[in-house]
Design a binder for this molecule. Sequence first.
Ligand code: HEM
Length: 423
Amino acid sequence: MTIADLPLEDLDVIGAAHYASGGYPHPEWTRLRAEAPLHRFHPEGYRPFWAVTKHADIIEISRQPERFKSGGRFILFPELPGVDAAALDENPPLRMLVNQDPPEHRDFRGLVSRWFTPRAVARLEERLVDITDGLFDRLAASADEDGWVRADFVRDVAARQPLRMVCEILGIPDADEDFVLRITNQNFGLEDPEFALEGETQAERLAFITEAFAYFDRLIADRRERPGDDLSSVLANAEIDGAPVGQFELYSLLFLVMVAGHDTTRNGISSGLLALLDHPDQLDALRGDPDLIETGADEIVRWTTPVNHFVRTATEDYELRGVTIRAGEHLALFYASANRDEEVFEDPFAFRLDRDPNPHLGFGIGEHFCLGAHLARLDLRVFWRRFVARVAEIDHDGPVELLASSFVGGPKHIPVRMRIVPR
Ligand code: HEM
């Protein structure tokens, strides 16, 4: 049976295995946008949710954080046996901006926002160029006698540049980078057999959060004693309304910056490579005119949409497109679907680095608009400029494997062979 013949309720828009085998379910979303832009799903193993697939609806919902709260259920995740999901919503293992609401959300966002303004971020450009070139230098050293470097583009390239940058912002030393990478993989790979922790209980599945908190305990104690010029030092000594920030909220915020700050950009870089290899005309155009990346970074985010969805909960009954959403019901905002909305984007299934304007929702919108959007754009711009300067040739060298997750999307492994030229 094709997607066009299936009853709407049988469309799979969240199964992790479906994402691992076929990537984002664009055919399903295209049908939903046309026939049922607000559709209520209740797949086996999940609590029910409304799938919001239109650009305009995601904006309308995101701009009303009091009516549609982020606290509570904030991503779609299969229910765990023996775990009371509603109780978990009330007492989440992390409380970290993405599941906070006004006015608390604003106070916490205020603690970190000045580190991510366009001006603050622009100062990091030189360092980012250095990190990226250092990465290509190290890879070049492993070339075989014919000049080919063989690597896993996700693990050895895409993950490394944003990871180093976010560790530097937080003041996390080089030696702890692999720890940060492992914690991030476990966080975003909760449904992927390669990264998920063994065990069925909630405590076993979430053990990596305890590990991260133990690390932050040492980091914060150290920065209280020896404050430095990094974000951890600022947070270690931060106050809200004259009172020190609670430990749980503080560690949650550190956790968010640590994991959100590089996994997403990693997926932008690695899915970006797949997009460019699939569209050689665009890669050639970028090689001919690296300035194309000024608009191209946003097109890569639109096309790849590394963060697929976040969830909101209605706090009161609300009418949208003639449908009544009841207080307490959950809505999944599918940013990746909005980014192909035919009513907003001309030729939405064309990947064009010069697309302008590009009002994509890859960074969300409204109260929770991505704090790191300027950093992510700069990261991508620097990366692709150095890429076209340093990587003279690149090909697939084995099968691509996708992450099994409907939350963040992207490849897990891209075996490649490439020729790297000196700086
Ligand atoms: C291409 C890369 C990135 C993408 C696609 C992305 C995407 C997103 C999206 C869609 C949201 C909205 C969450 C919601 O609707 O509730 C978000 C929030 C957030 N992002 Fe990013 N992000 C990226 C890079 C970064 C970077 C580099 C950082 C660096 C620290 C970062 C930090 C955050 C934080 C802290 C939030 C929470 C903001 C809030 O709830 O107020 N992100 N991001």
